[in-house]
Design a protein around this ligand. Structure first.
Ligand code: MG
Length: 472
């Protein structure tokens, strides 16, 4: 019964047509049928376009493959068989992200329009009041990625088409070199050059190590790196325990080792390749400035995380004293961290970990801001980004003009089985499969083979020579 019928019932009530109880029921039904203001506003905002497609369910899928947790979410819609998947992988704290999605975001989103991507992102950003933290950002990224996937599938185009279309056919990869000795380092570089690589991030004899990927462990120095072929000799021979140089009292030793490695590469292989290193925020602030000046002579294109996000003010100092390529950003979670560095032209390469910052919807804006300040992208992409997250990185980079370099390794057989449609690398270039949406799926039957087993995550960091906590 609608509002008009209810009023009529009221009028006829005097004639004894309806009982008082029936009238009350009619009024209640009329109120229930009346449009709700927020819903009306949302529908009014949909000027044309596609008919509504509703979010009907959200499932969090947590898996653990090769020691690393993957957090993905799957959004089901009102159209049977149409769903999307996103990545919210925070391998160190997977259960918090899963709970954020299931307990807080899911109730907000059921029966919402699946194509209101920007609107939903903005709502999720402010929903907890306190915002810009890595747990909520990853949960948002999982939702956001799935919604972009749905929109692409619905339109029948890859996500990069929705973002403006391909600017390039593929992404040049960053080759990671981890070696115990200079000769092994040289062998690795030459092998990867034969495979098409010409940009390298170098770690020699423990002179800094990438912290991403294998879960880490308190007091243990992770040695995994983000891309390329890992020489088994390097993994076996590299130190796995104890402090590495860098930090208070160790700056000079760290800088010397790094310069020795760069010197060797330039002497043996030459200047036709690009080289870099992940400093991983180890030196003191003054040590970071010394390091930047010392390595400048080797023309590094990519010196990553010389300082921690807490010490970002020092990048301006380095910029005034050295022409090295400055890469920064994998720990950024809000715009107050990255925007001043970009706007002041203090960095060259944006390293943001897309899911930790809030997902694809944010990353596309970050990329465009960076374009206006000649900052290129090198999204964080080691093993603690699920293949779905790597697909997000890929679609953003394919569609922007200021792509720089792509971090990522070939996916393991287990990951390729679990995530059909993993992006492929051929001759040092990563390619999209050009399927609608993100072009990647998650096989839930296979996922059952890789349960998280209640793993709450892992700890990072270590201790210095005096036993004080040391940055990862
Ligand atoms: Mg790094």
């Amino acid at each position: 019964m609608d509002r008009r019928e209810s009023l009529r019932a009221l009028t006829l009530g005097a004639a004894g047509v309806a009982s008082l109880a029936a009238v009350k029921e009619s009024i209640a039904q009329a109120k229930a049928a009346a449009p709700q203001p927020a819903e009306t506003a949302r529908e009014r905002a949909r000027a044309g376009g596609m008919p509504p497609l509703k979010i009907k369910d959200i499932k969090v899928i947590v898996t653990k493959v090769n020691g690393t947790s993957n957090i993905n979410c799957k959004i089901y819609t009102s159209e049977a068989g149409l769903y999307g998947i996103g990545c919210g992988t925070h391998a160190e704290r997977p259960t918090i992200v899963a709970e954020m999605i299931e307990k807080y975001f899911k109730p907000m989103l059921i029966d919402r329009n699946a194509d209101e991507i920007e609107k939903i992102w903005q709502e999720l950003w402010i929903a907890p009041y306190w915002r810009g933290n890595v747990d909520a950002n990853n949960a948002m990224a999982a939702i956001d990625g799935a919604l972009w996937d749905i929109l692409g599938k619905r339109c029948g185009v890859p996500v990069y088409t929705l973002l403006g279309g391909k600017v390039r056919t593929g992404l040049r990869m960053l080759g990671d070199i981890q070696a115990r000795t200079p000769q092994i380092m040289e062998d690795q570089i030459r092998k990867m050059m034969e495979d098409g690589y010409d940009h390298f991030r170098i770690y020699l004899a423990g002179g800094g190590g990438e912290g991403g990927g294998e879960g880490g462990g308190r007091g243990r120095q992770p040695l995994s790196a983000g891309g390329g072929t890992i020489d088994p000799r390097a993994r076996k021979e590299a130190p796995t325990e104890g402090p590495l140089p860098g930090g208070r009292g160790n700056d000079v030793e760290y800088i010397k080792r790094l310069c020795d490695a760069f010197e060797y590469v330039r002497n043996k292989i030459g200047w036709d390749i690009e080289i870099g290193h992940d400093v991983h925020e180890r030196p003191t602030a003054r040590g970071g400035v010394m390091l930047a000046k010392a390595v400048e002579q080797y023309r590094p294109f990519f010196m990553e995380d010389i300082f921690a996000p807490e010490d970002c003010g020092w990048y301006h100092v380095v910029r005034q004293q050295s022409s090295i390529g400055i890469a920064m950003g994998e720990l950024f979670v809000n715009q107050n961290e990255w925007l001043p560095l970009v706007a002041n032209r203090d960095i060259d390469i944006m390293r943001m970990h897309i899911s930790a910052a809030g997902g694809l919807n944010l990353a596309r804006k970050v990329a465009h801001v960076c374009e206006f300040f000649s900052v290129t992208t090198a999204w964080h992409g080691p093993a603690n980004v699920s293949p779905v997250g790597h697909a997000v990185n890929l679609h953003v980079d394919l569609s922007i003009n200021n792509f720089g370099i792509c971090e990522g390794r070939p996916f393991s057989e287990q990951l390729q089985e679990l995530f059909p449609g993993c992006p492929e690398i051929r001759k040092g270039i990563r390619y999209s499969n050009d399927k609608p949406g993100l072009g990647i799926d998650i096989d839930e039957k296979i996922a059952a083979k890789y349960p998280p087993s209640g793993d709450p995550g892992s700890e990072r960091g270590g201790f210095d020579r005096e036993g004080a906590p040391r940055r990862p």
